[in-house]
Design a protein around this ligand. Sequence first.
Ligand code: NAI
Length: 291
Amino acid sequence: MDHIEPRENIDLRKQRAGSRNAIVTGGASGIGRALAEELARTGVHVVIADRQLELAAAVVAGIESRGGTAVAAELDVRDPDRFRQVVEEASAASGRLDYLFNNAGIVVAGEMRDYELADWEDVFDVNLRGVCHGILAAYPLMIAQGHGHIVNTASLAGLIGPLTLQGSYIATKHAVVGISRSLRVEAMRYGVRVSVLCPGAVRTPILRGGRYGRSKPNLDLAALADRVERFGAIEPALLARRALRAVARNRAIIVEPRVARLPWYLDRLSPWLSEKLWHGALRLARRTGAE
Ligand code: NAI
């Protein structure tokens, strides 16, 4: 990976005395942006950590115009040293970090038949290693302070086995669910909370590949995204409001929108029926846009 030189330190003067603070990775767009905006609305000082620094700065400007406080930090979650630095800077003023949202993610859409090595590795590096880097950077501080909440964004794709057309993404999201559930139990002893956010379809750029994702040539991602958006995708702001309510209640696994819980329950209740259902969905997708 290309190493990202930290350009600027985080401006620590912005945090108001006594306010809670949070780091949101992937906070420049989509779900991360909505989480950051909702956190700021409730008085949390937010570090918006993203590869897209300009977009992150625009989110900060929006938050500040509504009376909140936030700062932008350039972060590639694939870089563990930079992640540690962002955590150190974010916690320097108050000596603590209340929340880490490990949210940055990418997708390579397509059948595994068409995958190359990079299609596995690129997604593992961001979605899985990025989450591990966040835990390495923030968890020791949270243990030392005796509190804190790590919220990892996985996906419904991390809960349901037979979903298709995004093999490396599905692998990472299952792994993130596993890491989160295991860490939650280990962390209880230290007063640290861990939740995993598993959204269904949300109207964000990732549905069409996003800034750093892609789709394989045999797949018409735009056609599939149109279909997903038409049937049941929700707005990121609504997801963020509901997700943060569940975080406040320290829910272990947060699945939103509620309708997304049905396929999850079905998959647990009858793996056989679930496989039939998702096989049907794949056949439909192949007619829509996947050869
Ligand atoms: P998005 O494409 O709008 O946002 C992703 C953000 O992550 C972007 O701001 C991007 O710059 C940032 N990012 C990508 N690689 C990065 C890296 N190496 N370091 C730092 N930042 C990086 O997509 P969205 O939907 O907001 O995705 C956020 C999370 O939600 C992802 O983990 C995704 O897998 C997950 N998710 C999204 C769903 C959806 O339907 N939109 C459904 C389920 C989960």
